[in-house]
Design a binder for this molecule. Structure first.
Ligand SMILES: CC(C)=CCC/C(C)=C(\C)COP(=O)(O)OP(=O)(O)O
Ligand SMILES: [Mg+2]
Length: 423
């Protein structure tokens, strides 16, 4: 069951996010107030967090440019704060009933995702998959529906101003899973030749620039299989909505993801079980990170590149992605045990490398997850206090909501996941 009480992140972010977020949402789209209300951001807020001095680099960015005629460009000085209005106190959402429960797992229940949005998004993403990218043959329809990407993305992006913004996230989520399933895992994937396939697919995100003679062959190749068709199309929609630096951020995160797939594949090929820390390295790359880091694009605003690049923000993003990904290791444990070959996940590696029983390996993985969650939350709270810029606060809130929505999707996806009998 979830632990009671406010996390450091909940204690410091919600008020700020509600104030600044509501402001930005109003600018971004018509459903702003409703969307902001749907986020679990209305918990009571205790006393303000003490503000540490920003480091020299962060201080410089917050002060903004200092040359002649730049007075209006300072991030810190920009008069964007609406009047402070305390949000209404809503009851904390309860854990869903017909769902999987991992005893001792630290997580935050979310409000039930808006069913109207879920239905509309589910309909539109299926149309895209079938009509625009010919994603799957008829016999995979049940698995596509059972994945419930509509519910997933509505839970993770309650502040999206429109269904079209949600479609940005949903297309990428479907495409990322298509590449993982078809190139790496159980829908025809294999470590053999993986590097070449991933590299060519990566150019659907980060295009080839070459001579007129060779360019057409490359362009045609992007239509040759479902992973490339879906990456190409999802990216085309994404870059229309994203700023150039958001697109660049995404490409970098996807390159990280592909590097992680390659390490996982090479260990599978040689039947190598990594040390626990080595596994954690691989899983930091083979990771959900590209999903929470588009929260600003999906929300209709931008976290400036300089603030995204801050080491403190990078640490928060890595911890959030790692917590999300170890959640997957816990919920997909039985699915992966049943899959062909030996599938690595944190419980399996812990049991092997630390000579633990399967049960103790699993229970230790729960602890590792909980530590990652707590570190994510305290580092995000510290960053929010050090850098109370509206876009930073809203972005941190968006990442936290993504982490919670990701947990919710795993916990409620009983079509895909089940739990071991360890308790
Ligand atoms: C959505 C996205 C960026 C996916 C990339 C990698 C991925 C599919 C995961 C991090 C989930 O892990 P896993 O491959 O183990 O997924 P399942 O356990 O099969 O659900
Ligand atoms: Mg898994």
């Amino acid at each position: 069951m979830p632990e009671p009480g406010l996390s450091p992140l909940q204690s410091s972010l919600p008020t700020a996010a509600a104030h600044f977020g509501a402001h930005v949402l109003t600018q971004a789209g018509s459903v702003g107030v409703e969307a902001a209300d749907a986020a679990p951001s209305t918990v009571p807020v205790p006393a303000a967090v003490a503000e540490p001095e920003p480091g020299p680099d962060l201080g410089r960015i917050l002060r903004g440019p200092s040359g002649l005629g730049t007075a209006g460009l300072s991030l810190a000085a920009r008069p964007v704060e609406p009047p402070v209005v305390e949000p209404p106190v809503a009851p904390a959402p309860a854990a869903p009933v017909d769902a999987l429960h991992i005893p001792g797992l630290y997580y935050h229940p979310v409000a039930e995702p808006d069913p109207v949005r879920v239905e509309e998004l589910s309909r539109r993403i299926k149309d895209w998959a079938l009509d625009e990218v010919q994603l799957y043959p008829d016999e995979w329809e049940g698995q596509f529906d059972g994945f419930s990407v509509g519910k997933y993305m509505v839970a993770c992006h309650p502040d999206a101003p429109s269904i079209e913004h949600l479609m940005i996230a949903a297309r990428l989520m479907v495409a990322e899973n298509a590449v993982d399933d078809c190139y790496c895992e159980d829908h025809g994937g294999s470590p053999v030749g993986l590097g070449g396939r991933l590299l060519l697919a990566h150019t659907a995100l980060d295009p080839l620039h070459t001579t007129a003679e060779y360019h057409p062959q490359w362009a045609e190749s992007l239509h040759e299989d479902a992973p490339r068709r879906s990456y190409r199309s999802a990216m085309e929609y994404f870059v229309r909505q994203a700023t150039p630096s958001q697109a660049d951020r995404f490409r970098h995160d996807m390159a990280r993801l592909h590097l992680g797939y390659l390490a996982e594949g090479s260990w599978a090929e040689t039947d190598h079980t990594p040390e626990v820390w080595e596994y954690l390295v691989m899983r930091q790359f083979n990771n959900f990170r590209p999903c929470p880091t588009i929260t600003d694009t999906v929300g209709g605003y931008e976290l400036p590149a300089d603030l995204h690049a801050q080491p403190a923000m990078q640490r928060v993003l890595a911890l959030a992605g790692n917590a999300c990904t170890i959640v997957n290791d816990l919920y997909s444990y039985t699915k992966e045990l049943a899959s062909p070959g030996r599938h690595l996940n944190l419980p399996v590696v812990l049991a092997d490398r630390e000579n633990l029983s399967d049960q103790d390996g699993y229970l230790k993985a729960v602890e590792v997850h909980n530590d990652l969650m707590r570190d994510f939350e305290s580092e995000a709270a510290a960053l929010a206090a050090a850098c109370p810029v509206p876009s930073v606060l809203r972005f941190l809130r968006g990442v936290a909501v993504w982490v919670d929505g990701n947990h919710y999707w795993h916990q409620t996806n009983t079509f895909r996941y089940s739990l071991p009998d360890f308790w």
